[in-house]
Design a protein around this ligand. Structure first.
Ligand SMILES: Nc1ncnc2c1ncn2[C@@H]1O[C@H](COP(=O)(O)OP(=O)(O)OP(=O)(O)O)[C@@H](O)[C@H]1O
Length: 255
């Protein structure tokens, strides 16, 4: 059974359609890159997975159930702009992320000690142990984004949602973040959805690259129709579209 499914999703803001007829099946552990024109609904689709938005029609399922409306340890999220707490040290940021998974958001005694130990291991993993007691403002952009990813991973999410996570980073830092994410993914077997404006990044990191676009377009009313998934590329095979693969599979071998 597919791990994440979207079935015939329609979503409108007021009368304005944003998404229409979105259908998707994702296996556990797959890395899905999402590309598409600005404003076509990519982030909205991630918000559906977070249950921050509800579809006007259709349904989303994660592991067979509707995604919970409360933020929980099952889904981690990282945005382009650093979403770390500026008034907490690097270590406190990670501990707080663990605490957020608890009912009252605060940890005491043995639990707090365990959370600190887990935070230490995470800081080691994301290469920020040496700055554990510094505040985020003293870190570079790449370090802050590693912290944001560490926070998202602190609860061991089953699904990681990344919304242009590397968009604000310089090219060198981006490449090292790609390596970092690839390693993490191999270790954790998370299912990942990543919105990116960088096609190369999408194909490099993703197992599949989904293109969101409007199949119907009215030049007199550009907002009349919503976007859907117009392409679903297999990025593990040099980006050959699924339909081409199917043709190849069914082709008669040349004699
Ligand atoms: N809460 C909202 N109420 C009304 N309209 C919204 C709301 N959120 C987003 N929109 C509109 O929905 C459309 C899709 O927005 P969304 O952020 O999902 O696009 P996107 O593909 O992620 O864009 P970008 O690539 O520029 O980040 C946009 O036109 C946006 O203005």
């Amino acid at each position: 059974m597919s791990y994440v499914t979207a079935q015939n999703i329609f979503l409108s803001y007021g009368k304005r359609p944003i998404l229409e007829r979105v259908n998707l099946s994702v296996e556990k552990g797959e890395f899905i890159s999402i590309v598409g024109a600005s404003g076509c609904g990519k982030s909205t689709f991630l918000r559906l997975l977070l249950a921050q938005e509800q579809p006007t029609r259709g349904e989303v399922r994660i592991d067979g159930a509707e995604p919970a409306r409360e933020p929980g340890p099952d889904r981690g999220v990282v945005f382009q702009r650093y979403s770390v707490f500026p008034h907490m040290t690097v270590r406190e940021n990670i501990v707080a992320a663990t605490g957020l998974s608890r009912r009252f958001g605060r940890l005491f005694g043995a639990e707090r000690t365990a959370a600190r130990a887990a935070a230490g291991a995470m800081l080691e993993r994301i290469g920020l142990s040496h700055v554990a007691d510094q505040y985020p403002s003293s870190l570079s952009g790449g370090m802050q984004q590693r912290l944001a990813i560490g926070q998202a991973l602190a609860c061991k999410p089953r699904v990681l949602l990344l919304d242009e996570p590397f968009g604000a980073l310089d090219p060198g830092t981006r490449v090292s973040m790609h390596e970092f994410l690839t390693e993490l993914r191999a270790e954790t077997e998370m299912t990942v959805f990543m919105v990116t404006h960088d096609l190369e990044e999408g194909f490099k990191l993703g197992d599949r690259v989904l293109v969101f676009d409007k199949p119907r377009w009215d030049p007199d009313d550009p907002e009349a129709y919503g976007a859907t998934i117009t392409y679903d590329f297999d990025a593990r095979n040099d980006g050959i579209p699924f339909q081409t693969l199917e043709e190849a599979t069914h082709a008669t071998p040349a004699s």
